[in-house]
Design a protein around this ligand. Structure first.
Ligand code: ADP
Length: 373
């Protein structure tokens, strides 16, 4: 068990590509951190620097308070699980799992007991004599994790470990990883571009963009109060709705409609974000925001209503999440009700400028008010 601290960690590859810039992060003992972001944002580079597979060109990496920048991967007491499993094809499951322990010169009895314990935890006990080619993708993934577990490392690193699995198995393995980590409590850093995987696994998320950290926080914190339009758009499906607005008299206006309070400069342009579940559609003209229900997507547990809003100079489409019973007719005129307390305001650079709503206050409904801009 260990704490991991990144101080101004950066990477410039030979040839000059800057892949990671000034990352500060403290990972507590036993914490599950997920680094998430689109392809090319520097996630793998960051993980590989922690593993010791890439040199650190800037900053300091500490494990349990000790700088390990110059230590070889084997000396860092870290175990890494890759997406391609990296199992030895000619070895049995048992030998694949025992390999690292044998290399370390562990006694045979110890190896036997550790491999059997890990196999038990992972449901591999019946498969120990098989070769990797005789296993399903999910079982291979479990062997790869077993190999990491038997070493009892200070830290687990996961590099997109589920991306080679089909959708159903990915969901199942995601749950297994979560249960396993809860059970053995090893400090873990997990890299993925899949925001659902990130949301469900993480104690805290690190959202990256262009080599830099965009936001660090609990999954729901990033979901409810994204630091930027980038995070708002990346976390959550469908993404947060974005409405162009203009500031007037301390409010943000969408056309003639006052959406929410806003302290930005008079006349400036802002973007008001609101999640699909924080809006409702009404069949009649009870609220001022009028639109047309262009498309209804019935997903079973929920229904997504795509509403086009007419706005001077721009046509905007928003998605509203509602129960099936509240879904309007496709093609019908609807009005929208927006919870003002759940709105997030972004400046022209895409940074959040609205305050974080206080706990408890966010539940109050507050429809957008009509008013003159
Ligand atoms: P991610 O894991 O988020 O997809 P990477 O860490 O793989 O991102 O890559 C971040 C950036 O660094 C990209 O621009 C990529 O092209 C570059 N990069 C990755 N590996 C190398 C390398 N070995 N040499 C030079 N540039 C690299």
């Amino acid at each position: 068990m260990a704490e991991v601290t990144l101080q101004g960690l950066g990477k410039v590859y030979r040839g000059g590509t800057r892949a990671v810039e000034a990352v500060d992060l403290h990972v507590a003992d036993g914490e599950f951190i997920v680094v998430v972001g689109p392809s090319g944002c520097g996630k793998s580079t960051l993980l590989r620097m922690i593993a010791g597979l890439e040199t650190i060109t800037e900053g300091t990496l500490l494990i349990d308070g000790r700088a390990v920048n110059r230590l070889e991967p084997a000396e860092r007491d870290i175990a890494m699980v890759f997406q391609n499993y990296a199992l030895y094809p000619h070895m049995t499951v048992f030998n694949n799992m025992a390999y690292g322990l044998r290399n370390r010169g562990e006694r045979r009895r110890v190896i036997d007991s550790k491999v059997h314990d890990a196999a038990e935890v992972l449901g591999l006990s019946e498969l120990l004599q098989r070769k990797p080619s005789q296993l399903s993708g999910g079982q291979r993934q479990r062997v790869a994790m077993g190999r990491a577990i038997v070493r009892e490392p200070k830290v687990f690193l996961f590099d997109e470990p589920l991306s080679n699995l089909d959708a159903k198995l990915r969901v199942q393995m995601r749950l297994e990883i979560k249960r396993l980590q809860r059970r053995i409590g090893t400090t873990s850093i997990y890299v993925t571009h899949d925001q659902v995987e990130a949301m469900t696994l993480a104690d805290r998320l690190v959202a990256m963009r262009g080599g830099k950290v965009e936001q660090i926080g609990a999954p729901m914190e990033l979901y409810e109060t994204p630091a930027s339009q980038f995070v708002a758009g990346f976390i959550g499906t469908p993404p947060m709705n974005m409405l162009p607005a203009r500031v007037s008299g301390g409010g943000a206006y969408f056309g003639e409609i006052r959406l929410t309070d806003c302290q930005q400069a008079e006349g400036s342009s802002v973007t008001v974000g609101i999640r699909p579940e924080h809006m409702t559609v009404e069949p009649h003209d009870r609220t001022p925001m009028l639109g047309r229900a262009e498309l209804i997507e019935r997903l079973g547990a929920e229904t997504l209503v795509h509403v086009s809003l007419s706005h001077p100079g721009a046509s905007v489409e928003v998605v509203v999440r509602c129960p099936e019973t509240q879904a309007p007719e496709e093609g019908s005129a609807v009005s929208l009700n927006l919870r003002a307390k759940r709105m997030v305001v972004f400046d022209p650079d895409g940074r959040r400028v609205s305050e974080v709503a206080e706990a408890g206050s966010a539940e109050e409904p507050g429809a957008a008010e009509p008013g003159a801009a």
